[in-house]
Design a protein around this ligand. Structure first.
Ligand SMILES: [Zn+2]
Length: 87
């Protein structure tokens, strides 16, 4: 994590949502920032696997995890094919 708890907008958002989710019983005390952000992303992208995988691929590519990014891109291609078959 960036450790910039005061200035980082994402850090502030996660901290605020962590409290709210805990209050609603959506997470436990042990939940980490990754879990909170994952739930926010899932909700924001309306549980759309293609959008969630595109986001994960971008994050991995930006962090220079190219092999891991390729794995996610493989899952992304599968998710797009599954979507086409459902239509
Ligand atoms: Zn940050």
């Amino acid at each position: 994590m960036c450790n910039d708890t005061k200035e980082c907008p994402l850090g502030r958002l996660i901290s605020r949502e962590w409290d709210a989710m805990l209050g609603r019983g959506g997470i436990t005390e042990e939940a980490g920032e990754e879990e909170v952000l994952g739930l926010l992303i899932s909700h924001h992208f309306t549980w759309d696997s293609v959008k969630i995988l595109e986001m994960a691929a971008t994050a991995l590519e930006d962090a220079n995890y190219h092999r891991e990014c390729e794995c996610v891109l493989g899952l992304l291609r599968e998710a797009k094919q599954t979507r086409r078959r459902k239509k």
